[in-house]
Design a protein around this ligand. Structure first.
Ligand SMILES: [Zn+2]
Length: 302
């Protein structure tokens, strides 16, 4: 299971009740930050989130996705962080961070490791149970989407069942590997007789900002939850095309093409003040299982 908390979802500028893009993704004991709009560190305090991130994934260098990064890093250091931190994002990200740190004579007490995705579907981060891949989106500047997928776990070995079927304990390891064995009476015991249910592997794709871009479908196919930007309603399709953003209908079309389980839309333009539900309803005409990425809300991905 993954857990996603929305810290901001506004496009371009913050409003009084909507911050710009930032999300926290948790998996087991690991935490990740996705984009870091202005004021993200205040949102972290407001929603009582521990900033013990292992990695930060930045989609692109437009201000509404990264203006909060250097202040957050500086506060993490002042709060005593010593653990290394991975930062994944566009080519100029390191220069952007380092320049601000240099000009403000800020010093970080922990090492930063930068990684720039080089090709579509490249693994940019992994641990024992999770893998993250990056792919290019279609925006005005270099922009990446990220997909987080749980690695398959071997099914649980049901030791009591194996004993009841009178299998010698020295053969347990073969059954665990999926190899059939004989019990003490010479009867064949199949692995599925002594293995539990395989757990479902959950996944999350983060796609912001982008024009309508079906080329991403192979990378996000069948994810449990897709976050896709929906800056405009379809009546403003021309504006979306000009600015390399998507409409709610286009986000829903991507969800449908990729056969995802559920769609979350955000990055809704500040012009739709209090009209978020209308944007969601528009998406639902194509993809009914759509929700709005409400700030402060946590979504369980299971
Ligand atoms: Zn942008």
């Amino acid at each position: 299971m993954l857990k996603l908390t929305i810290l901001g979802n506004s496009a371009a500028i913050p409003t009084l009740n909507r911050n710009t893009t930032a999300q926290i993704l948790r998996h087991e004991q690991h935490a990740f930050l996705l984009d870091c709009g202005e004021g993200t560190q205040i949102q972290i305090l407001k929603y009582k989130i521990r900033s013990n991130f292992e990695a930060i994934f930045i989609s692109h260098l437009h201000g509404d996705h990264c203006f909060g990064l250097v202040p957050l890093l500086s506060s993490m250091s002042l709060n005593g962080r010593k653990t290394e931190l991975f930062i994944i994002g566009p080519q100029d990200l390191q220069n952007y961070v380092q320049t601000q740190l240099n000009f403000t004579q800020a010093y970080l007490n922990f090492p930063l490791h930068y990684l720039v995705p080089q090709e579509n579907n490249q693994v940019v981060y992994e641990n024992a149970n999770l893998e993250v891949r990056a792919f290019r989106l279609n925006h005005r500047i270099e922009t990446y989407g990220y997909v987080f997928r749980e690695k398959p776990k071997p099914p649980k070995f049901l030791v009591e069942k194996a004993r009841a079927l009178q299998v010698s304990p020295h053969l347990f390891k073969l059954l665990k590997k999926g190899i059939a064995v004989e019990n003490i009476h010479g009867q064949t015991i199949l692995p599925e007789q002594v293995l539990g249910q395989r757990k479902k592997n959950c996944s999350y794709a983060f796609c912001t900002d982008t024009a309508f871009y079906p080329e991403i479908v192979p990378y996000i196919e069948k994810v449990t939850l897709l976050y896709h930007e929906a800056t405009f309603k379809h009546s403003e399709i021309q504006k979306a095309v000009e600015t390399y953003h998507s409409t709610a209908l286009q986000a829903a079309t991507i969800a449908q093409l990729a056969q995802v389980q559920k769609l979350l839309i955000g990055h809704v333009s500040a012009r739709y003040f209090n009209l978020e539900q209308e944007v969601v309803q528009e998406a639902q005409t194509i993809f009914p299982h759509t929700e709005y990425a409400q700030e402060g809300k946590t979504f369980l991905i299971e």
